[in-house]
Design a protein around this ligand. Sequence first.
Ligand code: PHE
Length: 446
Amino acid sequence: MAQRESWATRAGFILAAVGSAVGLGNIWRFPYQVGEYGGAAFLVVYLLLVALIGFPVMLVEFTIGRRTERNPVGALKQIGEGAWTKVGWVFVLAGFVILSYYSVVAGWILRYTAIGLQGNYAAGGAGAQFMSVAGGMDSVVTHAIFMAAIVTVVAFGIQQGIEFSVKLMVPAIIALLIGLAVYAGTLSGAGEAYAYYLSPDLGTIAANWTEILPAAAAQAFFTLSLGMGVMITYASYLGEDRNLAKDGTIIVALDTAIAFTAGLVAFPVLYTAELTDVAAGPSFIFVSLAQAFSNIPFGGIIGAIFFAIVTIAALSSAISIMEVVVSYLIDEHGVDRLPATIALGVVIFVVGLPVAYEPEGLNWLVVYDGFANSILLILGGLLLAIYIGWVATDLGIEELGKGIHNLGSWGMVWIWTLRVPVIIVLLIVLTQNTIGYYESLVGIFG
Ligand code: PHE
């Protein structure tokens, strides 16, 4: 086997992982989930799940990746036995599905950046504007442009492609987003928005937890890029001297802080515009937020900056998904990086075409996103938690211990967190989400 490339610097790995984590999940999905599931109540449950479920599962992926120095399929083939050797396929499947619609949505966001620069967010006709951007040939073209950008970065490899680009992208995302949050704080609706976003009502959580919990868990996994082998793949380029727990803490904290900050931008803008009718779900930032931008001072340019941030964030995530499948073709089938990347770009582009072409009620988006995000990622994470928690415990602890001087009993604390709370919560969530997904399919096709 060829010598594997590795990250040039420690910051390179952390920024790549943060770049993967920070994406549409934080800035497109997070605000509408908060809106859908009770404002601050959702925020609290999400934060809890990030710490309790997300962080331990991230460490699972890190340990498996660094130990095997492989893509997720090869990694489980190498260390697993029996059926475990096949688990990596869940990740590759999830990668295909996620990247295919991710690129479509990112294409719309790119378009909205341009619309803002021209000062053209439609005040009255925001819904119609979105429909024209999000369907037909326009949407196919922006999907193609975005996919070409992904292919270009990943074709350059780990150091010159991914590491180089995230070192520009991640600081840009952070700086611009903080700037917008400060601006949003000066808007007239800020006070009301903060009250909605930041003061949780425990009654709401108690009354709706069967809905909030699965949604918040899926959100936590999606936003941290878990359950899809990204963190396995990125950690496979990592040296043994690194403290995985420390790096994981930084990554989780930054991702969470950025999602939180996105809310500090979105809600004040929304409250200031005093819209009478707020679109829920995936069209939230395109319809309601875009319309709100048309109502506030400097809205065109502020909106353009906002959508530019989301575009950059989407790119830094999309490259990580592509890297999972590319590294699989390179490791397992000996394909060269360039042809592997181009071929996958074309195939995944085609898989995404239904989502791009047919926006009617965003049905295909719901079908793809629900399957990948609410089922495959949770399933992938659950299987990994069972594997390290109950099957390959020693391997996990030994690998985590490298680069940590005094792991002590923390290794067992981690294992027991996986064994009981993580597995139970993920089982509940998987069941709920599968039922919910089935119902939404019946709603669409039935
Ligand atoms: N974490 C990314 C986001 O928040 C999405 C993602 C999911 C990336 C799974 C890789 C794997 O947008």
